[in-house]
Design a protein around this ligand. Structure first.
Ligand code: PLP
Length: 378
C-alpha cells in the first residue's frame, strides 16, 4: 500500500473491533483487560504494556516508516529519554550540533549524569564525523533538515560510514515525516519523532515515536517502555490516528505555501537571508533532493535588524507567535531566546542563530493571507 492509503486506513490489520465494524479505531479507555484463564491472554493485559488504540497507531507508524517495530510515547522527549536507556555508562554518542534544544538539555543534564558522553558536530560534515568517531562511539544522532538552520545530512553516507564500525544511526524525522523522508530505507537504524508536530498536525496533542527495523532493538525498546511507562494514552493515540489520516494533504499544502512564502521573503527588502531546504543553491540541496521526496514547510529567515525581527513577532496577527511547529496553523518563533537559549551567545552567533533570526512553521491557510500578514509585520 502507498503512504497516502496507510495514513487513512492504517497498517491494513483487521480492525480490533470486528464485532461492530467501527470505521474509526475505537478508544480503548481501559487500564486493564480480562484474562480468559490462567496463563492465557488476549494479547492485552494492562495498558502500560499494551493498549489496542495505541497498538493501531504504532502499526500505522511502523508501516509508514517501513519499520518492524514502532512505539508511541507521551512526547517526543519521552521517546528520546526512553531511547537513551538502550545505552550503558561509558557509551559515546555523536549528535548534530543543531539538534532540538530539548534533546541537548536531556543529554547534558540526564544522559551525562548516567555516564553517557555526547559530543556535538555538524553531522553533514563527513570528514569531521569520521574523525570524531571514538572506540566507544555507539551512535550518531542526526536531525535533517536541522532546526533552525536547515542543515542537511546525507543519511545514507553516514549509515555507510557507521555500519562498518557497528555504530547505530538515529534520525529525528520530525520535520519531514515519513511522507517526505524514510530514514530506515536510507540506512538508519532508529527513527525518532515528535508526533506533536506534523504527524498530529493540529497543535493539540503531544506525542513521540521510536521506529526501528532491527528486531533486537525493537525488543529492547518494548521492554524499556513497559518498564518505564511512558506509552501514549488511548485518547491521545486516537487523536494521533485521526491527525495522520490527513498527513498527505497537509504536507503537500504546507509545502506549497512554504515555497510561496520563501519566494516572498527572498524578495523582501527587510529580509537578508532565507533558509528553506527547497531553495536551489541552499547548502545540501542536492542531498535533500536525493534522499527526500519533498522539502517540508519550515523556513528560517534573517531580518535586517534585531528591531525588525522583534517587531514582527509583535505585529503578526494571523500567524501566532508561539512555540512548536507542523500544525495547520502557521506559527513563528524566535530561536535565539526560545529554542536555543541554552546555547552561549557567541556560539549561537557563529552558527547563525542570532537575534535577527526568525523561524516560521507554515500552515495550510491561504498563502496570500499569510504573505499579507508577514508583509505587514515586517
Ligand atoms: C518538538 C521536537 C522534539 C521534542 O518533542 P516534544 O513532543 O515537544 O517532546 C524533538 N525533536 C524535534 C525536531 C522537535 O521539533
Amino acid at each position: 500500500m502507498e503512504k497516502e492509503t496507510v495514513c487513512v486506513h492504517g497498517a491494513g490489520e483487521p480492525s480490533f473491533d470486528e464485532r461492530t465494524g467501527a470505521v474509526s479505531v475505537p478508544i480503548y479507555q481501559s487500564a486493564t483487560f480480562r484474562h480468559p484463564e490462567l496463563g492465557k491472554s488476549t494479547g492485552f493485559d494492562y495498558s502500560r504494556m499494551q493498549n489496542p488504540t495505541r497498538l493501531a497507531l504504532e502499526q500505522t507508524m511502523a508501516a509508514l516508516e517501513n519499520g518492524t517495530e514502532a512505539l508511541a510515547y507521551t512526547s517526543g522527549m519521552a521517546a528520546i529519554a526512553n531511547l537513551m536507556e538502550i545505552f550503558v555508562p561509558g557509551d559515546h554518542i555523536l549528535a548534530s550540533e543543531d539538534l532540538y534544544g530539548g534533546g541537548i538539555r536531556l543529554f547534558r543534564n540526564i544522559s551525562e549524569k548516567n555516564g553517557l558522553k555526547v559530543d556535538y558536530l555538524d553531522t553533514g560534515d563527513l570528514v569531521r564525523l569520521k574523525k570524531s568517531i571514538a572506540k566507544n562511539t555507539r551512535a550518531v544522532f542526526i536531525e535533517t533538515p536541522s532546526n533552525p538552520m536547515m542543515l542537511i545530512t546525507d543519511i545514507g553516507a553516514v549509515a555507510e560510514l557507521c555500519h562498518k564500525q557497528g555504530i547505530l544511526v538515529i534520525v529525528d524525522n520530525t520535520f519531514l515525516t515519513p511522507y517526505f523522508q524514510k530514514p530506515l530505507d536510507l540506512g538508519a537504524d532508529i527513527v525518532v519523532h515528535s508526533g506533536t508536530k506534523f504527524l498530529c498536525g493540529h497543535n493539540d496533542t503531544l506525542s513521540g515515536f521510536l521506529i526501528t527495523n532491527k528486531p533486537d532493538i525493537g525488543e529492547k525498546l518494548r521492554f524499556i517502555s513497559k518498564t518505564v511507562g511512558s506509552g501514549l494514552p488511548p485518547f491521545d493515540s486516537w487523536l494521533m490516528l485521526r491527525g495522520i489520516k490527513t498527513l498527505a494533504l497537509r504536507m503537500e499544502r504546507q509545502q506549497e505555501n512554504a515555497f510561496k512564502l520563501a519566494e516572498f521573503l527572498l524578495k523582501h527588502p527587510r529580509v537578508s537571508k532565507v533558509f528553506y531546504a527547497g531553495l536551489p543553491g541552499q547548502n545540501g540541496y542536492d542531498v535533500m533532493k536525493k534522499q527526500a521526496s519533498g522539502f517540508g514547510s519550515m523556513i528560517s529567515f534573517e531580518t535586517d535588524t534585531e528591531k525588525t525581527a522583534v517587531g514582527a513577532l509583535k505585529k503578526v496577527k494571523l500567524i501566532s507567535f508561539a512555540e512548536s511547529l507542523g500544525g495547520v496553523e502557521s506559527l513563528i518563533t524566535y530561536p535565539a531566546i526560545q529554542t536555543h537559549a541554552d546555547v552561549p551567545e557567541d556560539e549561537r552567533n557563529k552558527r547563525g542563530i542570532n537575534n535577527k533570526l526568525l523561524r516560521l512553521s507554515v500552515g495550510i491557510e491561504n498563502a496570500d493571507d499569510l504573505i499579507a500578514d508577514l508583509n505587514g509585520a515586517l
